[in-house]
Ligand binder design. Structure first.
Ligand code: SF4
Ligand code: SF4
Length: 337
């Protein structure tokens, strides 16, 4: 017989983790493209697909301040600043931080952010230097490490592609040596992508094995769990197919959760519900993106309370999500071994 919820949280380590994560259930996210400019041109970038790349940049900090104040009023408590590349407009990121102090910036890490912007910063890594030169136009890791050594805001994000699975060993070892932390992403192709980075069934299995082995070898460096690996490398089902994505782009319901509150603003301060999610212009049928999963899987607690094993998995996922996205939140030991 399945355990009741009361019985589940009656297991001491599960109850303690539940109490730890539920304090963050007040987080309500929206995302903001801070600029259409970038200092890289990566193969398969979802930003330079679709309409958002053509938005005219709003560069007046006063207009951004007015927007963020309205967002705060609307109940948004967590911002994700993205773009193209937010480090090219630090003054706008600073305005946001003044108004809404919890959030995260997605960056390529080639330019550091001013110290007074206290957000979590995600720095994208796409493989070793040769791979980076080929698919992003230049080697990045040396400069990224030089920019962020000792900076507790930083979490590196390694995007697995079909080509770079084994390169992760060397990259994670370098981040570990530098005292940094890293989590894992899956290349999720933009609509219509025909390049060489998209994963296939064989690659999904290899990525899962690599994630699990790095988790064991670098437990202090790698922010991830076995369930994260399982959820993101399912060869048959994208996140949408497996969990049913609640972002407005996939979800017509405007009454609850992300369907009610989430907006994805373009760099001209407009937004469009029909295309709004954290990775617009990504192909939903192949979406395994880490940012997408952070909202999609965590929203599906009800799908995970049928057994102790399943609830342990979900708690690991939420604990990982909070450690990756919220500065100051420390990840605990995974409950599902
Ligand atoms: S750094 Fe990011 S925004 Fe810039 S081109 Fe690469 S993937 Fe796109
Ligand atoms: S791309 Fe991913 S996050 Fe965006 S709407 Fe589709 S399934 Fe959801």
């Amino acid at each position: 017989m399945a355990a009741t919820f009361k019985e589940l949280i009656g297991v001491p380590e599960i109850g303690a983790r539940w109490d730890k994560v539920r304090r963050y259930f007040f987080l309500r996210e929206s995302t903001y493209d801070m600029t259409r400019r970038c200092n890289l041109r990566c193969d398969g970038c979802y930003y330079y697909e679709g309409a958002k790349q053509h938005a005219k940049d709003e560069s007046d900090p006063a207009k951004w301040r007015t927007l963020f104040e309205a967002e705060k009023e609307r109940g948004i408590t967590f911002v994700v600043l993205a773009g193209a590349e937010p480090s090219l407009v630090p003054e706008l990121c600073r305005v946001c931080y003044d108004v809404i102090p919890l959030g995260c910036i997605a960056s390529n890490g080639l330019k550091p952010f001013p110290k007074e912007i206290g957000y979590r910063i995600h720095v994208s890594v796409w493989g070793d230097d040769e791979e980076s030169k080929r698919f992003r136009g230049r080697a990045c890791l040396d400069q990224q490490l030089a920019n962020v050594a000792g900076d507790d805001r930083i979490v590196f994000v390694y995007t697995f592609t079909k080509r770079n699975v084994d390169q992760a060993d060397g990259v994670v070892a370098r981040i570990a040596e530098a005292g940094g932390r890293i989590t894992f992403n899956m290349f999720s192709p933009p609509v219509g992508y025909e390049g060489e980075l998209a994963l296939d069934a064989g690659a999904f299995a290899a990525v899962r094995a690599k994630m699990e082995s790095l988790l064991v070898r670098h437990p202090k460096t790698v922010l991830f769990s076995r369930y994260n690996a399982e959820a993101h490398t399912d060869p048959e089902r994208s996140l949408h197919a497996r969990y049913h994505c609640p972002y407005p782009r996939c979800n017509p319901d405007t009454r609850l959760g992300l369907g009610r509150s989430f907006r994805q603003y373009r760099s001209d301060l407009t937004w469009d519900r029909s295309v709004s999610c954290c990775v617009p212009d990504t192909d939903c049928a192949d979406c395994r993106h880490y940012a997408a999963g952070s909202a999609i899987v965590t929203a599906r607690m009800a799908q995970h309370v049928g057994s102790e094993e399943s609830f342990r998995k979900w708690l690991d996922y939420v604990d990982t999500y909070l450690a990756v996205w919220v500065r100051g939140y420390e990840k605990g030991e995974n409950l599902y071994k």
